[in-house]
Ligand binder design. Structure first.
Ligand SMILES: Cc1cc2nc3c(=O)[nH]c(=O)nc-3n(C[C@H](O)[C@H](O)[C@H](O)COP(=O)(O)OP(=O)(O)OC[C@H]3O[C@@H](n4cnc5c(N)ncnc54)[C@H](O)[C@@H]3O)c2cc1C
Length: 656
């Protein structure tokens, strides 16, 4: 069997991958079919279809019954766990791992026929939130195992044999991990250096490379690994293109070393490592899907996997609200409880309103995913982006409300005889959510790609940097036809009729605003397209605002729909839910209006020029007068070849 490294991005040495090739690899992995309706896609196209999220989707009675029974048992068990000890020892005790396995936590989302609990996504998310409120490392452990680790891709892409082989094992408590990132591969998988070379005449692959920041990797039994198969000619003469491919790998396979247990500013209990593969033989039967399908598998896994983090953000919001309420009543300064000073009161209102919206967004996405009739790709991505950004703001405000105590650790507070409130820990723990499973910047690019998809399809070569002038001229004719039909639809809509959405009472005007803003958003995207054409993809600040506006509009619509549903299902809280939804919408509208204004009135070009000069060193003189203790400690990015750290296999140590 011969392997060649031809002129494809995945076959090239990582350092030579160009921006265009990186985009091409991401584009090839993108799911392009839209066979089911998408509420959020419509939002970006000026087509606000409230009927897709209202009335609130109804969960199946059986799912609710099993979910509630499980939550009762989990809550009881969670009360026996000590989150403070996890924080102090930076470890989740083995007895908790065993206890959680006993409860079935490692198989919450695995179908019952494979030994799992078969819970709905709604209850899976609520369980994560509960676990995360004990210690966020528990949420990360379960989410890395079940949202992106072995069970999910095997469930969706595995063969029957693979499902039989792995799912019962995972459900019983075999911890798993998802290994995509490498020292040189963060947001850009085209640079992937990990290789899987076909061997044994097609019977196996030989895996080589290093994976970085493998959550659960230190203690995992099984991992999903993304590696690139080079183009090769099979013994029967057939040509194979290879490409990034997904494998299930048993961590007991010879040649695997876990070289470091990484430590972070937050998530102190996670077992996150550097995993090295040296000539690791992986049976071809362990390959998930086809060669070259790996990135698609990873991205598809993330589509619903992304809902875990919003679930965890809900827990952060709820805890912040509770602490903010209790503390702001208890602490008196300048003659009144601090919560009654307007500056603090505004923060409390932000936390309350945003927590209501966080829950609405998570629950709506999860209910829709469970019902399965809608395409929730964009909603899940929006939920991840928006929930992580807003929950970090909540934690920041909570620290501020707590004053000096917000900066003090729980242990120190307790040692002085005060209540051990870990606000600083929340602030640290939440921060990573804006980086992993798609950083906020990358999420904005992914969502923008979907949001302007219709424009790109219509404009075709007009929006392609590589097209000839002739092709562009032809494309312009086609695009003109599309826009001639589409633009008039963006002029008027239900949001202009003061009677629209009347059944929502005081919230109706917010829905009318969303409808109007949705059309405006589509028009503005069109103007951006007209102004920059192919250059639009580089206008990240412009596109980022477009995405952020859509996220707020989605959260507003979700909040209104949820308030209306709560009024019907739980009249006791219904009126309060309307107040909170109203408060969220009022706050969000100010942000939306500001973003609309900044689309065209901003410092983007000036900032770009400044950043160019910073990078060129023109302002390096400004850095004088400080010491940088990191200088001389090592290179920016560790060499992937075994370095001085390759001494001990921590996997053996910790698994034992
Ligand atoms: C605690 C922790 C747990 C993790 N768990 C896992 C895991 O289980 N499995 C796994 O595979 N990975 C894991 N990761 C890796 C994580 O997913 C990556 O950190 C993340 O994808 C970002 O990659 P990077 O850190 O290399 O940043 P880079 O890609 O180097 O990016 C640096 C900065 O540039 C921005 N940026 C990059 N490209 C662009 C662009 N085209 N346009 C605009 N901005 C851009 C990024 O948003 C970021 O702000 C984990 C990381 C941490 C810290």
């Amino acid at each position: 069997m011969t392997s060649t490294t031809e002129n494809s991005a995945v076959g090239r040495s990582s350092s030579t991958v160009t921006a265009a090739e990186a985009r091409a690899v991401a584009e090839a992995a993108r799911e392009q079919e839209w066979s089911r309706p998408s509420f959020a896609k419509g939002l970006y196209l000026g087509d606000f279809d409230l009927g897709l999220i209202h009335p609130w989707p109804q969960a199946r009675a059986d799912d609710v019954e099993r979910g509630e029974a499980f939550m009762t048992a989990l809550r009881e068990y969670c009360q026996t766990m000590d989150g403070r000890a996890i924080e102090r020892d930076s470890r989740i005790p083995d007895r908790h791992l065993a206890g959680l396995a006993e409860l079935g936590v490692f198989g919450m989302k695995i179908p019952r026929e494979y030994g799992g609990l078969g819970l709905s996504l709604v209850y899976y998310g609520r369980a994560l939130a509960l676990l995360g409120s004990v210690h966020p490392s528990l949420g990360a452990l379960i989410s890395a195992h079940q949202s992106i680790g072995v069970p999910e891709p095997v469930k969706v892409f595995g063969t029957d044999e693979q499902k039989q082989q792995y799912l019962p094992r995972c459900a019983a408590g075999a911890i798993t991990a998802f290994l995509l990132t490498e020292p040189d591969v963060g947001s850009d998988p085209a640079r992937m250096g990990c290789t899987a070379i076909p061997a044994d005449d097609g019977g196996s692959y030989v895996l080589d490379g290093v994976k970085l920041w493998t959550t659960n990797g230190v203690i995992a039994e099984l991992v999903v690994v993304m590696a690139k198969v080079p183009p090769y000619t099979a013994p029967d003469g057939t040509e194979h293109k290879g490409g990034i491919t997904a494998f299930v790998v048993d961590m007991d396979s010879p040649g695997i070393t876990v070289e470091n247990r990484n430590a972070f500013m937050g998530l102190h209990g996670i077992e996150n490592g550097v995993t090295r593969f040296h000539q690791v033989r992986v049976p071809a039967a362990n390959r998930l899907g086809k060669e070259g399908q790996g990135l698609k598998i990873a991205l598809t896994t993330l589509n619903t996997g992304r809902l875990s983090i919003p679930g965890l953000c809900v827990a952060a919001g709820k805890w912040s609200l509770k602490i903010a309420r209790e503390w702001s009543n208890a602490r008196t300064q300048w003659g009144r409880p601090v919560g009654k000073h307007e500056a603090v009161g505004k923060k409390i209102a932000f936390i309350a309103a945003t927590t209501f919206a966080l829950e609405a967004v998570f629950e709506l996405c999860a209910e829709m995913a469970d019902a399965g009739q809608k395409d929730i790709r964009i909603e899940a991505a929006l939920a991840k982006l928006w929930s992580t950004e807003l929950s970090c703001q909540i934690a920041d405000e909570l620290v501020q409300i707590r004053g000096g105590r917000g900066f003090e650790t729980a242990d120190s507070l307790e040692a002085r005889g005060e209540r051990a409130v870990a606000a600083e820990q929340l602030f640290r723990d939440l921060r990573i959510n804006r980086i992993f499973e798609g950083s906020s910047e990358i999420m904005r690019l992914l969502i923008a790609r979907e949001a302007v998809d219709a424009h790109l399809a219509a404009a075709g070569d007009l929006a392609s940097a590589d097209a000839s002038l002739q092709d562009k001229a032809r494309a312009a004719v086609g695009a003109t036809g599309f826009y001639a039909r589409w633009l008039p639809k963006l002029v008027a809509g239900a949001g202009m009729d003061p009677r629209s959405y009347g059944e929502f009472g005081r919230l109706a005007r917010h829905l009318r605003y969303v409808e109007r803003a949705s059309r405006k958003l589509a028009r503005q995207t069109f103007y951006g397209m007209g102004r920059w054409q192919a250059g639009l993809e580089h206008k990240q600040a412009f596109l980022g605002r477009i995405v952020d506006i859509g996220a707020e509009l989605f959260a507003m619509a979700a909040s209104c729909s949820r308030a209306e549903a709560l009024l019907r299902s739980n009249p006791e809280h219904g009126a309060a839910a309307f107040e909170l939804a109203d408060a969220y919408c009022e706050q969000a509208r100010l942000r939306v209006d500001a973003s609309f204004e900044q689309l065209w009135k901003n410092t983007d070009d000036a900032d770009h020029a400044v950043s160019r000069k910073v990078l060129a060193g023109d302002y390096a003189w400004l850095e004088a007068g400080i010491l940088d203790s990191s200088e001389g400690t090592g290179p920016w990015i560790a060499d992937a070849t075994p370095g001085p750290s390759a001494r001990e296999n921590l996997h053996r140590k910790y698994r034992a």
